[in-house]
Design a protein around this ligand. Sequence first.
Ligand SMILES: [Zn+2]
Length: 224
Amino acid sequence: MATCSATVPDLNGSGDAFYGPLWNSSQPHVDYFWTTYGFAGNKAYWDDGFGWEDPGNISLPLGRTFNSLWLLTYSAEDWENDAYEATALNWGRRYVRENIRDLRARCGDGTAVAAATGTLVELYLDMWYGQAVPERASTFMHEARHIGGKDHNDKFPAGSVFSAGQPGADSDWNYEGAWMYETLYLWWYFAAGTPVTSAMRQRARQMGNLYLDNAFAARPPFRI
Ligand SMILES: [Zn+2]
């Protein structure tokens, strides 16, 4: 990170200490993630401090991204089944794989954790150092849904912790937009993700409920 830096939060609190050892910087995993999720050809965006030289370092952006991609890929009990008829825990990895073709690391300006343009997704410091591992995986779902054709179509509701009255919300749950995909993934991870820790489950539930309460112009009439 030649032009930006961040403080690394506690690795247990973010879930990185739990997920890192599950792939333990194994080269087959690194190669799979690299070729499957849009890194290929983008070394120039992931070196120079973002982690390319040290992919197993879970304090650096690349290792922290790989932790969330491990979660996204393997958290369903029957993870080999990525059919769209199965749960979001199953098809999440497929949806992300089929939509995000160009994944780049950037510093960001502190206003977003990630952004999608065309088939390109940029990830920012606020994702790696502000979000726990399950939330990072759900961010992939969010950005993939934008690429899949759903822009935000409404304004944040009154009282929203996001910018109330400003654009960036989805109209409602049935719009099946980026907030719905993100929340749905967190919900399934909470309900059926494995392996998992109770702390990560609760974090996913909390974040899912936060989105239900704040990211839809018409608040869904249910909670996780
Ligand atoms: Zn969005």
